[in-house]
Design a protein around this ligand. Sequence first.
Ligand code: NAP
Length: 307
Amino acid sequence: MALLILMPNRDSSELEGALRRCEPQLDLRVWPQCGDPADIVFVVSWNHPPGELRRFPSLRAVASFGAGVDHMLGDHDFPCGVEVVRMIDDDLVRDMAEYVCCAVLSHRRSWLHYHDLARERRWRPSPYPRSSRVVVLGLGRLGRVAARRLHSFGLDVIGWSRSLKSIEGIKCIQGRPALESALAGADYVACLLPLTPETEGILDASLFACMKPGAYLINVGRGRHLIEADLLAALDQARLGGACLDVFVTEPLPADHPFWNHPRITITPHVASLTNQESVAAQILDSYRRAVEGRPLLNRVDLERGY
Ligand SMILES: NC(=O)c1ccc[n+]([C@@H]2O[C@H](COP(=O)([O-])OP(=O)(O)OC[C@H]3O[C@@H](n4cnc5c(N)ncnc54)[C@H](OP(=O)(O)O)[C@@H]3O)[C@@H](O)[C@H]2O)c1
């Protein structure tokens, strides 16, 4: 009844320590030192090599080390009947909402502009908009809380999801035509979608063409939601006013990437919402015990749907 950490190219020592502190008796293995493959009943995965999970005949469940599971979607040899859960908690949700609010509010109140002016000792007050509209793409665990927080600042918030939602204070919409009309009046667009075959490349020239000229884009979903060349073209043509990006097609962002020096792009290094190792350890152990005891798992993911 062993638990295996399978996270190639990632330092898992912090997670390992947290799991051992929570449950000293746990039979914990760290890939590639798996011992007898038949002992492994639960795997914590981040970018596991495709097909690797088939080596474990007793495997009952796999936990994604994070809120996203797109790293698993490419494994076409994923073993049948093995359940998938993801790690998400109140801190992750709160931190994401905080990041999205920071991105919108600091742009709305010209925070970086005044920072630059202050360095030059220039006193140049200018008015700020009386109202702003934000479209939030994705109303899942993260998106719906971010939408509510934005609304609590008095912003006009529209939320878009696959199935129609009902959230107090938020105008909820579904379908591409409704999205396109919402974008025409939006000052901010924040992407909190999961990366799936349907959402890959959604932030492209055709979407930017629907947006209000000068609108500001925030991407905290995944880098592959964005067609990076289309964003550069939209900024150069002043179709978009700016962008705040936390996720990129290639991470770390290569030193010669044109985003680095772009005056209207703000970059953060995939830190919108960071996994808390102690909280994740507790969630992993709960899922492990549930899997061992045959009880229903929490935060299950539908790999067919992709999220
Ligand atoms: N940058 C960071 O630090 C960071 C940290 C954590 C997570 N993330 C990213 O944030 C993503 C979202 O997380 P979450 O926990 O909120 O996800 P979630 O709970 O799975 O919710 C996903 C939302 O997206 C909607 N959606 C999915 N496919 C869609 C489509 N084709 N068209 C319209 N709406 C669609 C879903 O609609 P329905 O409700 O109708 O199903 C749902 O509202 C993660 O997948 C991850 O990539 C980033």
